[in-house]
Design a binder for this molecule. Structure first.
Ligand code: SF4
Ligand code: SF4
Length: 286
């Protein structure tokens, strides 16, 4: 079983359209949506949830009304202003635990907080593991690790060949969590100056963790000078540009229809993504 993680360094590069197309093209795979802060793969895959689970993580202070003498000390010391009228607001509470240490009557305890949910769904392309982090919740790296672990279990159980993971944007903790131990990263970029900058950063993360990478330039024909700049950068870094996907309105039309573009139109974009998937499978076999 091999895992490819599709990353972009930031949102809006067309990464999810490519993951959705891989979902339609790949045989014997499970899909993992690791963008737990703003999951959108489900919009293309139309999943029906078969299993829903709570994600408990982090800590939040809880005041026992019966023990509390309303001395007000905890309200004074909480630097996050999370306590008002002797009640803790779990959103600003950072779980530092200071209030629980200074309460003279030990009326405050620290409890695990419900930080989100994770799901296993059926789609017409196979199982999808996805998650939703609660509002203002952190620990998305931990939730990403959980999503990948569940996808791996399904792959093992069902004897699947591939885990296809839609990675989170950026280069922070969730990205590192989505990459560790993966076989390959596919870096989707676009020919803009910020796209080049983001590519360099995310490629740096892959290099640091020793994960082999391929690059896909999406909408490459919108600025061919910048595309050449990306190609030169990749050449210097020894990273292969595996696909140049042209700009085409069919991609947006497919999203509106809720379909992966390879199922919507047999045009140039589809041909390039089909060839890209072949490229990815060859790289995974090495
Ligand atoms: S420090 Fe303890 S006793 Fe004082 S207000 Fe806070 S919870 Fe109540
Ligand atoms: S745990 Fe920290 S952040 Fe939360 S209420 Fe207590 S002092 Fe404030």
């Amino acid at each position: 079983m091999k895992e490819v993680v599709i990353l972009s360094g930031k949102g809006g590069t067309g990464k999810t359209s490519i993951v959705g197309s891989f979902a339609a093209l790949a045989q014997k795979k499970v899909l993992a949506d690791c963008d737990v802060d703003a999951a959108d793969l489900h919009l293309l895959l139309n999943p029906s949830i078969t299993e829903e689970n709570e994600f408990w993580s982090g800590q939040v202070a809880v005041i026992d009304d019966e023990e509390c003498t309303q001395c007000g000390l905890c309200q004074d010391v909480c630097r996050f202003d999370a306590i008002k009228d002797f009640r803790v607001d779990p959103v600003p509470c950072e779980g530092c635990g200071f209030c629980s240490h200074i309460c003279p009557v030990e009326a405050i305890t620290m409890k695990e907080s419900l930080s989100g949910h994770w799901f296993i769904s059926d789609t017409k392309y196979g199982h999808l593991v996805h998650a939703r982090l609660g509002i203002a919740q952190e620990n998305s790296g931990k939730l990403v690790a959980l999503v990948r672990q569940q996808a791996k279990q399904i792959a093992k159980r069902d004897g699947l060949d591939f885990i296809i993971s839609d990675g989170p944007p950026g280069i922070g903790c969730p990205v590192i969590s989505s990459l560790s131990g993966a076989n390959l990263a596919l870096l989707v970029t676009e020919p803009t100056l910020s796209g080049i900058h983001d590519l360099e950063r995310v490629r740096g993360v892959c290099h640091h963790f020793g994960i082999p990478a391929l690059v896909c330039v999406n909408k490459y024909d919108l600025n061919e000078d910048n595309t050449h700049q990306i190609e030169n950068y990749c050449l210097n870094q020894g990273v292969e540009v595996a696909a140049r996907v042209p700009f085409d309105n069919t991609v947006t039309e497919a999203i509106v229809q809720g379909l992966p573009v390879v199922e919507y139109s047999p045009g140039r974009v589809t041909q390039e993504i089909e060839s890209l998937w072949q490229h990815v499978t060859r790289a995974l076999e090495q």
